[in-house]
Every structure is written in structure tokens, then in C-alpha cells.
Design a protein around this ligand. Structure first.
Ligand SMILES: C[S@@+](CC[C@H](N)C(=O)[O-])C[C@H]1O[C@@H](n2cnc3c(N)ncnc32)[C@H](O)[C@@H]1O
Length: 315
């Protein structure tokens, strides 16, 4: 098992997972090829439906086998394939949620425009699995900081940072800008994986992704102080992943791991809020700032939060 920890491994997902012991990984996440004829570097993405589903069942089975009794299994795909996966997973694991991730898909037919991807969340056991309440940030007016959502007229009673996360995710976007993308047809955003990892694992836990692509899951795991096992069949994607990991650093505020993207905290654990907010409560009097030795430059990437949490904002 040691040979796999914090490694980016080139090879076939099923063959490699078969070498991993039962009950040894805390979280498995798979974002397999969607069988939609996408242009991968070295993978043919258009199998017969039956062939594709049978292949998927093989790696799904391995994912469940290697996951610890306290662990979680996640699978990202289009709803069409997830219906097959769910029916198989219902036999060998425990359904928790179908997370709808609001991101524009490609039109598939002449009916409805697909507007979400799904992430199936299963656990190995019905009870005793790891789960932490997580919060996402309110969407606020960029100029005045006011919370934009009405929350049924109860805005004032809401948590100052943001609501507990539901099973519909609209605040994390696909990577559209070319400069933020690697050479990969369907790279996922790191904050998506960070949210799943914060929700179901602890520091030092092991996160495995059998279809790592250009490294999203491994980067998210490293940023959050978790160990990773990253597998892909493509040597080019393996090289990109390794390179990205070299420059990946942990993201912590007041000793708590958080998911940060473009200057905003995207996800935090509810239980960490008290400690995290201390970093943002700054006195209004400049003399007081100096006296207490508060360094505003400590979190230069998050000016927006400094603006939101003043001295009296202690909820
Ligand atoms: C949808 S992409 C994953 C993208 C990834 N989530 C990211 O954010 O970059 C699927 C990946 O599976 C890889 N792949 C296809 N067949 C494989 C196999 N048999 N074993 C391992 N990896 C495979 C492809 O090379 C591709 O990088």
C-alpha cells in the first residue's frame, strides 16, 4: 500500500486498483471518460453502451472494495450514465445523495438542455461514515457587500459567512478561461473536489482518483493536507499532474483547511468557522490595528472578506 501513497501512477485504472488492499482508502472519486467521443490524448471515448457500462461496473466494484468502512465513494458523470451506476452501486454500497452540479452540458437531443452534471455520493456502510457540515459563501453585491439572496425574508438571521451546503451546487463553475485550463478536454475545477474532500475526510486521510486527468483531485487533496493516489492511462496527463503537484501548497487560515479560489473562500467546515473568522475580524481604528500587530497583508488574496467582517460582526 505504501508504494501507492502520494504517487501519480500511469496505467489502467482497474488493473492498478486491483493491487490495492480492501478497506484501505478514505475517499474514492471517479470522473471517468463520458463515452461521448471526446478527444482525449490516448483514449478512445466511444464504446457500445453495454461495453461501456460493463467496463464501468468493473472499476466501480474496485472503488467500493478499497474504500474503508468509514469512507465515501463519489462518481461524476452525466445523468444518463449515472442512472446505470446508481442501480449497480445500490447493490454494493449505500446511497447518500445525487449532487446536482449546475454547469452547462452539451445538448444531447431535441428535448431539454442538460444543465447539470451529477455527482453520486455513496458510503461503504450505512452508519459511522465520516461527514462534516460544510458552508458555502453568500453571493454578495460586489460593490456594497449586501447579501443578494432573499432567504425568504430571513437574511438577517443567516450565518454571516454563508449557508450550509445543499445537494444543488451552483456556486462552483467549470473552467472556461483557456489560461486557467490544462490541455485536457474536461478538467474539473479544484474547488469542486475540495468541497467533497472537506465534507468527508480528515487531515492525512487517503484520497484516490483512478481517472486523474490533469490532477484536479490530487491537487485538491494536497492543498487540504490529505494524501493522494492518482491514476491515469495517459502519460502526458500524468506528467502535467506531477508538475502541478510540485507547486501545490496547503491552504489554511488560522490552522483550518479551507477551499480558496480567486480570492474567495469557496467552502469551509462549519466547525472551523469560529477560528477562521478571527482572521477577518479587524478593528476599525488604525492605531488598534498597529497595537495588536495585525498584518492585513497576511491574507492578501482575500480582501473581500476583510471588508465583510468588522469588529462587531461576531455571529
Ligand atoms: C473525464 S477525464 C478526467 C478529468 C479529471 N477529472 C480532471 O479534472 O482533469 C477521464 C480520464 O480518464 C483517463 N482514462 C481513460 N481510460 C482509462 C483507464 N482505463 N485507466 C486509467 N485512466 C483512464 C483519460 O486519460 C482521462 O484523463
Amino acid at each position: 500500500m505504501k508504494a501507492f501513497i502520494n504517487k501519480v501512477i500511469q496505467g489502467d485504472a482497474i488493473e492498478l486498483m486491483r493491487q490495492i488492499p480492501d478497506n484501505s482508502v478514505d475517499m474514492t472519486f471517479a470522473d471517468p471518460p463520458f463515452n461521448l467521443g471526446k478527444k482525449y490524448n490516448s483514449y478512445y471515448d466511444k464504446k457500445d453502451v453495454d461495453e461501456y457500462i460493463e467496463w464501468c461496473k468493473l472499476w466501480l466494484k474496485e472503488m467500493v472494495r478499497i474504500t474503508k468502512p468509514t469512507g465515501s465513494i463519489f462518481v461524476h458523470n452525466i445523468p444518463r450514465w449515472l442512472t446505470y451506476f446508481a442501480s449497480y452501486l445500490n447493490e454494493i454500497a449505500y446511497f447518500r445523495h445525487w449532487i446536482a452540479w449546475n454547469a452547462m452540458g452539451a445538448p444531447l437531443g431535441k428535448t431539454l438542455l442538460p444543465n447539470h452534471y451529477g455527482i453520486l455520493w455513496y458510503t461503504k456502510q450505512p452508519k459511522g461514515f465520516k461527514f462534516y457540515d460544510i458552508r458555502g459563501m453568500h453571493s454578495r453585491c460586489r460593490k456594497c457587500g449586501i447579501i443578494l439572496q432573499d432567504y425568504g425574508g430571513k437574511k438577517n438571521q443567516m450565518h454571516p459567512y454563508g449557508p450550509l451546503i445543499s445537494d444543488v451546487w451552483t456556486d462552483i463553475h467549470r473552467i472556461r478561461h483557456k489560461k486557467r485550463r490544462d490541455e485536457h478536454p474536461c478538467q474539473l475545477p479544484v474547488p469542486l473536489l475540495e468541497r467533497l474532500i472537506l465534507m468527508t475526510t480528515e487531515e492525512e486521510d487517503i484520497v484516490l482518483d483512478p481517472f486523474i486527468g490533469t490532477g484536479t483531485t490530487a491537487v485538491a487533496a494536497k492543498r487540504l493536507g490529505r494524501k493522494y493516489i492518482a491514476i491515469d492511462i495517459d502519460t502526458k496527463y500524468i506528467e502535467i499532474t506531477k508538475k502541478k503537484l510540485e507547486s501545490t501548497e496547503p491552504t489554511k487560515i488560522n490552522n483550518c483547511y479551507v477551499s480558496i479560489y480567486l480570492g474567495k473562500i469557496i467552502t469551509l467546515r462549519d466547525k472551523d468557522w469560529k477560528k477562521i473568522k478571527q482572521a477577518f475580524i479587524i478593528p476599525s481604528d488604525p492605531k488598534e490595528i498597529e497595537k495588536r500587530g495585525i498584518k492585513l497583508k497576511k491574507y492578501p488574496e482575500m480582501p473581500s472578506l476583510f471588508e465583510y467582517y468588522g469588529e462587531n460582526d461576531h455571529n
